[in-house]
Design a protein around this ligand. Structure first.
Ligand code: ASP
Ligand code: MG
Length: 411
């Protein structure tokens, strides 16, 4: 063992989008080698390569074989790891690239969304001990039968964090084309701020509610193995955002992020009997048909009648609609409403755990803008409101202003 400090760095598609970018990344890595680090690098496919590969398959068949699809998609990363190794050699740094199978990234057999079960560190450690930079293809592994598997789109983040866990380092940098995690999408809100720190739970909650900066499983892994994820840009040397345990955070805000999603639709069944078993019947049916249900709100019964509203993915609406129409007479519902143009606007923050009045402030802000709240749901660290999609931007701006634009929140 060399005893050097190991750092895992992951470079996303844009960071290695061209050969010029790959050369720039090689220079950056060289800098870390110069500082005495043992560097393990995980790379994604160049630019939009994976999309192009998906598109190619689509030109051949509407229903590609899952095993062959993973065989195809895994090729993108093989291009970038070898090119990056060559670029490092050009700068005088010794480097070696490995595919997932070469370092035994063993996954389950769930093609296109496989979960990592184990990784063997031996070969990586040996190369590091020989003084080399190790470059690993992200997003890929093999199952117990040595079939190539992929981890789901954006899965290289998870490859990187899993490697950090196996190599027993807390240092994992995720290089991307944005400078870190922002309080809201900067394309929508002008006065967003880059957070210095954010907790694992907030990142997971933001991803669930529509703001996916990292592959969610990577954050789960990081939380489990206590790895600090530094999300930063590969285009400059600014510090980014550190995703870390909330106990270690220095700055605490009530709300750390505002987000919205518009990929769900709302269904309401009116005047169903207010008695045991009705909700069970409805949601069992939806579950048996593999429909993902997110928010559920039931109104208090009156005259032994209640109504239930819930949201499903927009893509699933036709199927959900058929099922609801079928069950309508069984449940004796007087009517069903479907609404596609909804947005789920959310505020997320661990600070909610120790503050009161947050929900009231959020609802007040919406009411001041004449925005009607159609459904509300909360978690420990999140409040979400279903509103008409035409007000999504206005609502986000207003909530962001209320909670994140006061001077004391500048970070
Ligand atoms: N290249 C894969 C994708 O585009 C994996 C990744 O980028 O993390 O989804
Ligand atoms: Mg990517």
């Amino acid at each position: 063992m060399s005893g050097k400090k190991i750092i895992v760095q992951k470079y996303g598609g844009t960071s290695v989008g061209t050969t010029e970018r790959i050369k720039a990344v090689a220079e950056r890595i060289k800098g870390y080698v110069g500082k005495g680090y043992s560097v393990v690098v995980v790379v994604s496919a160049m630019g939009h390569t994976t999309d192009t590969l998906v598109d190619l398959a689509g030109q051949i068949t509407k229903n590609p074989d899952k095993r062959e699809m993973d065989m195809l998609l895994s090729t993108g990363e093989q291009v970038s790891i070898s090119l990056l190794a060559m670029a490092l050699h050009e700068t005088g740094v010794d480097a070696i690239s490995y595919t997932g199978s070469q370092i035994r990234v063993i996954t389950d057999g769930n093609f296109s969304n496989a979960k990592i079960e184990s990784i063997s560190p031996e070969r990586i450690m040996q190369s590091l001990d020989e003084g080399r930079v190790v470059i690993v293809a992200g997003f890929q592994g093999i199952d117990a039968n040595e079939n190539i598997t992929t981890l789901g789109r954006g899965g290289s983040d998870t490859s990187a964090v899993a490697l950090a866990a196996v190599l027993k380092t807390r240092d994992c940098e995720i290089y991307t084309d944005v400078e870190g995690v922002y309080t809201a999408d900067p394309r929508i809100i002008d006065r967003t701020k880059k957070l210095k720190e954010i907790s694992y739970d907030e990142m997971l909650e933001l991803a669930r509610l529509g703001a996916a900066v990292l592959h969610s499983r990577s954050v789960e892994f990081a939380k489990k193995y206590n790895i600090k994820l530094h999300v930063r840009s590969s285009f400059n040397y600014e510090e980014g955002t550190i995703v870390m345990p909330k106990e270690e955070m220095m700055e605490r805000f009530v709300i750390s992020g505002v987000t919205s999603k518009t990929n769900e639709a709302k269904i309401t069944l009116r005047d169903i009997p207010d008695k045991p078993g009705i909700a069970a019947q409805l949601f069992k049916l939806l579950g048996e048909n593999k429909l993902y249900v997110n928010m559920i709100v039931q109104s208090t019964g009156k005259d032994n009648k209640a109504s239930i509203s819930f949201t499903v993915l927009k893509n699933d609406l036709p199927r959900a609609r058929d099922l609801c129409e079928k069950i309508k007479s069984d449940l004796k519902a007087t009517g069903i409403d479907f609404k596609e143009d909804i947005a789920i606007v959310s505020a997320v923050g661990v600070g909610m755990l120790s503050s009161y009045g947050v929900a009231g402030r959020m609802f007040q802000v919406l009411s001041e803008h004449g925005i009607n709240i159609e459904m509300i749901s909360t978690s420990e660290i999140g409040i979400s409101c279903v509103i008409d999609s035409m007000y999504a931007e206005l609502a986000m701006k207003a909530i962001h202003k209320e909670f994140l634009e006061a001077e004391k929140y500048v970070c």
